[in-house]
Design a protein around this ligand. Structure first.
Ligand code: FAD
Length: 399
């Protein structure tokens, strides 16, 4: 006689080892199913309706975890986790039901992605990224081999170029990925500090080719735990690193790919990596690289000096300054509009990829500028953006 099939549920859970507690999921959840304490972000199974709105904004992918259960994990259980529990052993008689649940969740994910304006996917020509190789309980240790100020000495913001060397330890990254930094010490209530994410600013083969190292672009935040820790590190210091993270905001390897890069501040980090990759790997590629880079003043624009030396043939540059005395305030969206003819022609080209990186507020301004540019060229931007996202050609990473 067959064992009776038990009622199974697919429960949405968050991996505490990968989660960086950035609050994005809690802000995104339309039904307030995500909550947190001082330890973990968790999902209330009695509220979660599997709408999937939280999946794509999560910068680490920690949100995309599921357990098939007979009794859902309570909030108290989830708050106490330091790692995800293994999938519980289920009766053989339940296996058909598990498969049905899995298909149902996959279907919901697909539907939700359509509603979000297309599934966020990596460019077709991107290499396959390695993710989550190291975590909080098993971090990689890197040595600081460089820490240079990028902004001028008198400038308000202190942005640094920091080089981390992994020696013989494998730490494979692709342009567009981020790494986690574990700041030492504890919070006021004695808990270990949370991991913070930083975009890789060097090409996949390293800041110095094939030397097992990578670069970061870090802005010192007044009172910030991790940015001050990093910005003050001397050469030779050891740093605990997690990751790599990110599987969609990736450099397209196709030499025909035009890449429009739009950034402010440290959002330039991945674009330094993209440009360096193109320069090293295929300097004569037919695809165009076009950069819109916003800062308050030239002296606060990271990599201002080195960027001047990158030939226009490799990288078209548009610097936009919002606080130069005596000059009108120009933001990246203003320059996108004033370059409407070039931008519209590129957006109409199926080989064009758009990447937006930097401050959280910039996405809507850039989106409106693209809508205006497209309107002028009789193109439906809303529809084009869906097409581009589904083809892995439109990417946003803001923080
Ligand atoms: P935190 O200690 O987390 O504090 C954040 C802010 O809150 C600070 O301004 C601080 O002054 C303020 N604050 C803290 N405590 C208090 C308090 N009690 N009262 C009032 N204010 C307070 N950053 C980069 O510089 N470069 C990058 O390339 C980069 N890439 C990123 C990529 C991704 C995908 C993500 C998600 C983030 C990225 N960040 C990057 C941001 C980075 O992860 C950190 O958030 C940033 O460095 C600030 O961290 P912190 O520990 O210094 O500040």
């Amino acid at each position: 006689m067959n064992a009776p099939t038990r009622e199974l549920l697919k429960q949405h859970v968050i991996d505490p080892e990968i989660c960086i507690r950035c609050n994005t999921c809690e802000e995104t959840c339309p039904v307030d199913a995500v909550t947190h304490d001082g330890n973990n972000y968790v999902v209330d199974a009695s509220i979660c309706n599997h709408c999937m709105d939280c999946i794509s904004p999560c910068p680490t992918g920690s949100i995309d975890n599921w357990r098939v259960v007979t009794t859902p994990y309570s909030l108290a259980e989830q708050f106490s986790w330091s790692e995800l529990p293994a999938q519980e052993e289920l009766e053989a008689a339940d296996s058909g039901t598990i498969e049905a649940l899995e298909q149902e969740i996959e279907g919901l994910l697909e539907e939700a992605r359509k509603g979000l304006g297309g599934k966020p996917v990596a460019p077709h020509s991107a290499s396959k990224p390695t993710v989550n190789l190291y975590n909080r309980n098993k971090p990689a240790t890197a040595t600081v081999t460089g820490n240079f100020r990028l902004t001028e000495a008198g400038a308000e913001s202190d942005v640094r170029h920091i080089i981390l060397d992994f020696g013989d330890l494998p730490f494979p990254v692709l342009e567009g990925q981020s790494i986690g930094i574990v700041p030492p010490g504890t919070t006021a209530d004695g808990k270990p500090h949370l991991v913070r994410l930083y975009s890789v600013a060097s090409a996949r083969d390293g800041e110095k080719p094939n030397a097992g190292n990578l670069a970061l672009t870090v802005k010192r935040e007044p009172g910030g735990v991790c940015s001050n820790y990093l910005c003050d590190l001397p050469r030779g210091a050891k740093v605990e690193v997690t990751g790599p993270f990110g599987a969609t905001f990736l450099y397209p390897n196709d030499p025909a790919a035009n890449i429009i890069m739009i950034c402010t501040g440290t959002g330039s980090a991945p674009f330094r990596a993209f440009t360096e990759r193109r320069r090293r790997d295929m300097p004569d590629a037919p695809g165009r690289l076009l950069l819109f880079f916003g800062a308050r003043r030239p002296e606060e624009l990271p990599y201002f000096g080195p960027l001047q030396k990158v030939p226009e043939k490799l990288l078209g540059k548009h610097f936009c300054y919002s606080r130069v005395p005596g000059q009108p305030r120009t933001y990246v969206q203003d320059r996108i509009r004033s370059e409407a003819a070039t931008v519209a022609a590129l957006l109409n080209d199926p080989n064009t990829h758009v990447y937006v990186c930097g401050l959280k507020g910039m996405e809507s301004g850039v989106n409106e500028a693209f809508a205006d540019v497209c309107r002028g060229a009789s193109v439906d931007w809303a529809a084009l953006r869906v097409t581009m996202r589904e083809a892995g050609r439109y990417h946003v990473e803001t923080y």
